[in-house]
Ligand binder design. Sequence first.
Ligand code: ADP
Ligand code: ASP
Ligand code: MG
Length: 245
Amino acid sequence: MSIVVHKYGGTSVGTPDKIKNVARHVANVKAQGNDVVVIVSAMGHTTDELINLMHQITKNPDHREYDMLISTGEQVSASLLAMALIDIGCPAVSLTGGQAGVVTEDIYKKARIKHIKLDRIKKEFKEGKVVVITGFQGIDSKGDIITIGRGGSDTSAVAVAAALNADVCDIYTDVDGVYTTDPRIVPEAKRLDTISYDEMLELASLGAQVLHPRSVECAKHYGIPIHLRASFDFARTGTMVKDTK
Ligand code: ADP
Ligand code: ASP
Ligand code: MG
């Protein structure tokens, strides 16, 4: 039995049909005998919409309340995905970052993940459940909800994969891999089969939002390959981000 870690970005869980499609894929992977953790982003543009709402209330949002607000989007997608899984006969539970044991620094809005206490995830595995975890957030030493920077669900997924000693972290998104440059802007861009952590860090630092830079740093540190792949066609090859030496 293997431990499988999937992450689905905002577009990939953007509608009820997409959530149901993800649920079918996850249930198939679970049915093959794996322990499965799924990290989700908020649906579609939910996080931007929450920020827009906030700006209609205040010009100077309190940092603690900012995290309270923008962490809610992931709770919606996580609970809906768990419900979709249960509905097709696949036992599942959704957990907030804090419930899942994701402990961060005491810094609102852009904390680093310090460690992951695995007790709860392992208990749910023992009960045969798929564990769906809200990306982009954890809990600090005071028990407050903390977010880890925009686009941070990638980092949540890699951190969970590292803590569980998974062989690979599958990051599903709205493109079928890492390209030489943004394929939505440059149609001639070429998909790469593999890319090294350092090359990926360079692309990310040049602004390619396809992977959150900290997720690549974390993957490099723990030696976890990232398999970046399409959520619109699970059969596509994607790109492996890994040590190429
Ligand atoms: P998710 O919501 O799944 O986290 P993101 O929007 O954060 O997805 O990242 C995927 C997007 O990254 C793609 O839609 C694409 O436009 C963009 N992108 C930028 N640079 C690249 C690149 N070099 N290769 C692939 N995608 C890229
Ligand atoms: N929902 C958060 C954001 O939009 C985190 C993420 O998608 O990774 O930034
Ligand atoms: Mg992203």
